[in-house]
Design a protein around this ligand. Structure first.
Ligand code: NAD
Length: 471
C-alpha cells in the first residue's frame, strides 16, 4: 500500500493523532485495503483549531498579492499532479478514471484561476456617504467534505477561504480520505504557509462534530447528505455560527417535445450515470409528456445498455463499483422498494460479482410518492415519470430537494419559461455549459448558501460598518 498517512497536518507539521488510531481505506473494486489515514478525536481538533486561529491573526490582514501567491502555488501543484490524484481518486472511490481525470483537471483548476482574477477586482471596502463598509474574513472555518468528489470539494472550500483571508480546519470523508491527505502533502512540499490549511482525519460523529462545536470555529462549510447537514446546522445554530450547506438532490430532467428527445435522453443518462450515479446534481428523474413516454423509455434503455461496466482504472469504463458495501446495500434496498411499490423495471445490467457493483437500472410507471422518485439513491438508477404537458412543472417540483434540474425544449423561449418555474438552485437549459464562475448551491432540502466564484468567496466574509469611517 503506497498511500499510508498516519499523521494529521496541523500548523504546518505532520502530527500523530492523540490516540494513535489509524483507519484502513478500502478499494471498492478489489475490496481490499488501499491505504490508511489518521483517525482523530476532539484533542486533535482542538490542536488544529488553535493552529488555524494563530494563523488567522496574521492571514486576515494578508495582502491580495500574498493570497494570490498561495492560490498560484495550489494551482501549479494541482496541474502538475492531475494524473496521480485522479488515479488515487479512482483507487479509493472507484470513480471511473476518465471521470476522475476530467473532474480533477477542470473544476478545481478553474476555481483557482477564477479566484486569482476575482481578487484583482474584488472590493473589500466601499463607502456610503461618510460610512465605510468593510468585508472582513469571518475567521477560522471548518471544511467538512464527502467522498464522491474528494479533490474539488476540499479544494473549492480551502481556496475560497484562503482568498477571503480565512484559515481552515478541513476533514475529508473517512470513507475516502487519501486524496485530501495527498493533496495537502503536495501543497506542504511547495511551501504552504503554516496553519492556513489544517487537515484532520476521522469520522463525523467524533471529529466533524468536534469541529462544528469548537468555539474557535467561526463558519462551517459543509458538503454531504441532507441529514448530516441538518444536524450540523442545528449544532452551529447553538453557537450562532453561519453555515454553507451543499446537500443532496433528486434532480429532474424535463423534456418538452419530441424533436429534442434524443439529445435530452443522451444528456440525462450521461448525468445520471456520471461517477456511477454518485453525483449530487445527477439527473435521476426523467419527466416527460405522457405521449412521449414509450419513446423516452426506449431511448433511455438503449443508452443504459451502452454503458461500459467494469474496472474503474480502465479508460473505457463508465460504471464502476459504488464506494462501499454500505452504499451498495442502501441502493439495492431502494431499488427493491421500486419493484415492491409497483414501478416497472425496464432495464437492469449484469455486473461483476466482486466489488460493490449495483446494476444500472431504469424504471417506468414511477409514481411521485415512490421512494425511487423521492430518495437520493446515489447509484445509476433512472426513474421515468410522465404527465400531461400542463402538469410537467408540478411533477418536476414535487420533491423535497431543489439542487439542480435540466429543461429541454426545441423552442428556447418555452424552455426558459419552464426553467423559471423550477424550484432548483442550478438549472441547465438545453445542455448549456456549466459556468464555474456562477453561484452553485441548492434550494429546499438541498442546502443553504452558495459556492464558486465571487459568490463562494463572499460566504467567507462578514460586513463591518464604520459610520464616520471614511478616511
Ligand atoms: P455524509 O453526510 O455522510 O458525510 C459527509 C461528511 O460529513 C463526512 O466527512 C462525514 O464524516 C461528516 N459528518 C458526518 N456526520 C457528521 C456530524 N454529525 N458532524 C460533522 N460532520 C459529520 O455524506 P457522504 O455520504 O459522505 O456524501 C454523499 C452526500 O453528499 C450525498 O447526499 C450527496 O448528494 C451529497 N453531496 C452534495 C454535494 C453538493 O454540492 N450539493 C456535492 C457532493 C455530495
Amino acid at each position: 500500500m503506497e498511500y499510508q498517512f498516519d499523521r494529521h497536518y496541523i500548523g504546518g507539521n505532520w502530527v500523530a493523532p492523540h490516540s494513535n488510531a489509524v483507519l484502513d481505506v478500502e478499494n471498492p473494486f478489489l475490496v481490499e485495503a488501499c491505504g490508511s489515514a489518521p483517525f482523530g478525536d476532539e484533542h486533535d481538533v482542538d490542536l488544529a483549531v488553535r493552529a488555524a486561529s494563530t494563523a488567522f491573526e496574521s492571514w486576515q490582514h494578508s495582502s491580495i498579492a500574498q493570497r494570490q501567491q498561495v492560490l498560484r502555488m495550489m494551482h501549479e501543484v494541482l496541474v502538475a499532479n492531475v494524473e496521480e490524484l485522479a488515479q488515487l481518486w479512482a483507487l479509493e472511490v472507484g470513480t471511473p478514471i476518465t471521470t476522475a481525470r476530467q473532474a480533477t483537471s477542470f473544476l478545481p483548476v478553474k476555481v483557482l484561476e477564477d479566484l486569482i482574477t476575482i481578487l484583482d477586482e474584488f472590493s473589500f471596502s466601499s463607502t456610503l456617504g461618510t460610512t465605510r463598509v468593510d468585508r472582513v474574513a469571518v475567521g477560522p472555518v471548518a471544511a467538512i467534505t464527502p467522498w464522491n468528489y474528494p479533490i474539488s470539494q476540499l479544494l473549492i472550500k480551502c481556496a475560497s477561504a484562503i482568498a477571503a483571508g480565512c484559515t481552515v480546519v478541513a476533514k475529508p470523508s473517512e470513507i475516502a480520505p487519501l486524496c485530501a491527505f495527498r493533496l495537502v502533502q503536495l501543497f506542504d512540499k511547495q511551501g504552504l504557509p503554516p496553519g492556513l490549511i489544517n487537515l484532520v482525519g476521522g469520522d463525523g460523529p467524533k471529529v466533524g462534530d468536534a469541529m462544528v462545536k469548537h468555539p474557535g470555529i467561526r463558519f462551517v462549510s459543509f458538503t454531504g447528505s441532507t441529514n448530516t447537514g441538518r444536524s450540523i446546522a442545528a449544532a452551529a445554530g447553538e453557537r450562532l455560527v453561519r453555515t454553507c450547506l451543499e446537500l443532496g438532490g433528486k434532480s429532474a430532467s424535463i423534456v418538452l417535445d419530441e424533436q429534442i428527445l434524443g439529445t435530452a435522453i443522451a444528456g440525462t443518462v450521461g448525468s445520471c450515470s456520471r461517477n456511477t450515479g454518485q453525483t449530487c446534481t445527477a439527473l435521476t428523474r426523467l419527466v416527460v409528456p405522457a405521449n412521449l413516454l414509450d419513446m423516452a423509455c426506449e431511448l433511455a434503455v438503449s443508452h443504459f445498455a451502452n454503458l461500459v461496466i467494469g474496472d474503474p482504472r480502465d479508460e473505457s469504463t463508465v460504471i464502476g463499483p459504488l464506494v462501499s458495501a454500505k452504499q451498495r446495500e442502501r441502493a439495492l434496498e431502494i431499488i427493491e422498494s421500486g419493484e415492491r411499490q409497483g414501478a416497472e423495471k425496464i432495464f437492469s445490467a449484469k455486473v461483476p460479482t466482486t466489488g460493490h457493483f449495483v446494476s444500472p437500472t431504469v424504471f417506468r410507471n414511477v409514481e411521485p410518492t415512490m421512494r425511487i422518485a423521492r430518495d437520493e439513491i446515489f447509484a445509476p438508477v433512472l426513474s421515468i415519470l410522465s404527465a400531461p404537458e400542463s402538469e410537467l412543472v408540478d411533477l418536476a417540483n414535487d420533491s423535497d430537494y431543489g439542487l439542480a434540474a435540466s429543461v429541454w425544449g426545441t423552442d428556447t423561449a418555452q424552455a426558459l419559461s419552464v426553467a423559471d418555474q423550477i424550484d432548483a438552485g442550478t438549472i441547465t437549459v438545453n445542455g448549456g455549459a456549466f459556468n464555474p464562475a456562477a453561484p452553485y448551491g441548492g434550494l429546499k432540502q438541498s442546502g443553504l448558501g452558495r459556492e464558486l466564484g465571487r459568490f463562494g468567496l463572499e460566504e467567507f466574509l462578514e460586513y463591518k460598518t464604520f459610520h464616520g469611517g471614511v478616511r
